[in-house]
Design a protein around this ligand. Structure first.
Ligand SMILES: NC(=O)c1ccc[n+]([C@@H]2O[C@H](COP(=O)([O-])OP(=O)(O)OC[C@H]3O[C@@H](n4cnc5c(N)ncnc54)[C@H](O)[C@@H]3O)[C@@H](O)[C@H]2O)c1
Length: 341
């Protein structure tokens, strides 16, 4: 059995701790905060709990990094150098240069590098991907992603870096391609001195004139976790806040008029049935942790591999540049060197 260390066992990391413990794989918990260490030690008395990875480097084979985003790159580099397989929470890094360096280091050292793009392991996203690949929605034209709530307000990253990785990973997965440009505007209300955006509205373009609109906010009265996929034949809505109707498939579409008719006379709006598929729900994080252990065991690249994490970081970086430039469209070059469109 792979011996896993969870580095950063705070608000989110404790869920990794729970999952790897229940799979019998948890060997070490690392957290620099003594209060967090005391709580995890009390909950898991048989597990070694330490303040830094250096204290237990020989006691694990693979690690999850669930610390603050600003420390992902340096911790990941240290652990890849020490030949550990890694699952790094999103975002993989805070610059595409760092993310690329991690991918290349993992490849050179033949290590698994996976990113915590949790929603790729959600049963609804899995079903959506199957629907798209089977052509049931037709050509995917565009996506609308809304991820809103009151909190969690972060200090070391803005709402774009904190929340948009989920939507960018879903869009890239469903569209099967990397974005070509991002235009983003946002608002800074709570932490004016630090200039941290609380709300961001972004237009992300993909090859083939497809696009995604991403609206993220931690300053909103409603918890919203919604992805709408508009296809040429059908449309689908993934509402993760719904207890029992998380996926709805609408047999709706608009057919353009035949050439002989004017648009107004000939356009046909089709509104058919709404289908709510029965899905077997499973905790996405559990499935993500299982996928990580499977990748470590088989040495095959996981679904959310380092390169997909790099693609998301490139889009985040382009969005951040666009925010700084007041919303202008920023191209994502093949080497991640964004420029004005
Ligand atoms: N996939 C998801 O759905 C999801 C959800 C929430 C958070 N996250 C990600 O998880 C990460 C952590 O977020 P959080 O909300 O748990 O933050 P948090 O502040 O609650 O926890 C971070 C923990 O890491 C510890 N830490 C920081 N630097 C450390 C270091 N160098 N060595 C050891 N311990 C260190 C801190 O003491 C703290 O306990 C972030 O990257 C965040 O984006 C992912």
């Amino acid at each position: 059995m792979t011996r896993v260390a969870v580095v950063g066992a705070g608000g989110w990391g404790q869920n990794h701790v729970r999952n790897f413990a229940s799979m019998g794989a948890l060997a070490v918990v690392v957290d620099r905060d003594p209060k967090v260490r005391a709580e995890r030690q009390a909950a898991y008395p048989g597990v070694r709990v330490v303040a830094s990875v250096d204290e237990a480097l020989g006691e694990f084979d693979a690690a999850v990094i669930a610390t603050d985003a600003s420390s992902h790159a340096s911790l990941a580099e240290q652990l890849l150098d020490a030949k550990k397989d890694l699952l790094v929470e999103k975002p993989l890094a805070l610059s595409s240069a760092d993310a690329l360096r991690l991918c290349e280091l993992a490849e050179r050292n033949e290590r698994v590098l996976m990113v915590g793009h949790l929603l790729l392991f959600h049963p609804v996203v899995e079903r959506l991907k199957a629907l798209v690949d089977a052509g049931e929605l037709g050509d995917v034209l565009y996506l609308v992603c809304r991820r809103l709530n009151l909190g969690v307000v972060r200090r070391d990253e803005n709402a774009w870096w904190s929340l948009a990785p989920h939507d960018l990973s879903i869009a890239g997965y469903l569209l099967g391609s990397e974005p070509t440009s991002v235009a983003a505007t946002g608002g800074v209300f709570l932490q004016k001195e630090a200039g941290i955006e609380d709300v961001v509205f972004a237009t992300v373009r993909y090859p083939g004139e497809r696009l995604a609109h991403v609206h993220v906010s931690w300053l909103d009265p409603h918890k919203t976790r919604m992805v709408t996929v508009v296809g040429s034949k059908k449309m689908a809505v993934f509402d993760d806040t719904s207890p029992d109707q998380k996926l709805q498939i609408f047999d709706k579409g608009v057919e353009p008029p035949p050439r002989s008719l004017s648009y107004a006379d000939g356009v046909r709006v089709r509104t058919g049935d709404i289908r709510i598929p029965a899905l077997r729900m499973a905790e996405p994080l559990r499935r993500e942790c299982e996928a990580f252990l499977e990748a470590v065991r088989t040495r095959r690249a996981p679904l959310a591999d380092g390169r997909s994490g790099l693609a998301v970081v490139r889009a985040l970086e382009a969005g951040a540049r666009s925010l700084r430039r007041g919303g202008g469209e920023v191209a994502i070059g093949c080497r991640g060197q964004g420029g004005d469109v």
